[in-house]
Design a binder for this molecule. Sequence first.
Ligand SMILES: [Zn+2]
Length: 311
Amino acid sequence: MGHFWRVCLLAVAVPLLVGPGSFCLASEKVQAQPEPESHTKTYFSKSRQEFAVHYRYGSEAGPTLLIVAGIHGDEAGGYLAAERYTHINPVKGNLIVVPRLNRAAINARRRHGLGGDMNRLFNLPASSRNPDIRVVNLVKQLIRQSDYVLNLHQGYDFYNPRWISKTRNPTKWGQCNVIDTATYHLPSGRKLELGQYATQVVHRANRSIENGDYHFEVNNTNTAVKWTRHREQRGSLTYYSLYNQQKIAVGLEVTKNCSLAEAVSYLTIAINAAIEEAGIQVDSLPSESVQAMAHLAEAKVKPISRAKRKG
Ligand SMILES: [Zn+2]
């Protein structure tokens, strides 16, 4: 549950619990709650699965956006981009940032961690014997605290809903916002308009990208329907976020067909757009220019093998 909804629920539930007549007392109690302080917490310290979570709270109530990166260890653009948000100060709303989720995979510069492809483990039960299940279970708790979820990735070539060429077609993952469905119907009758949100994020991002070859597209994988080509995505973090916790979840994919600095720049553009479209205000967003990423020496990251082509 996001901060905004937690505050609303508390404001409604506390007076109800203590009964009429004590409303003022209850309100004072609510007001006495200290503002949550931004902080960083490390989980599974000194193990091969150690990772940090950066909780960044705004003073004004608003939605909470969770940014997860490094679920695949061979997609350096994702975790380098996410690390640029670990000290952001929100004014309205909150950010929860997990830059390097799959530590074992990142250290090995491989897609898979200790328990295989972590982005296929989110449909396992909490009691599963997969070695990565404790990491997955913790992320599920973070998703519960959020309203929006971003999972950052890097893949080869360019997604396009139509077949343009061998490197630009519906089977590719680069430069797209991945959603599992356009509209999700909540039991209450309300709808989560993921398609609308992803489209607005794409439009906002593309305004900052001069070269049209690198414009983002919305990639609706229609994961739940029988005829989907992406059945495997039913184990993904974003699919779990939407179908189990009813959160607006988007996979942000940038291409590997560019320099690392450019990839981080494209991801920064997409994340900034997602933050703004979610209605979260921060004191200052990271720079989107490639020059700002010039310090990212390519040598810092081992050359990415072209053998792995998944996003
Ligand atoms: Zn990936």
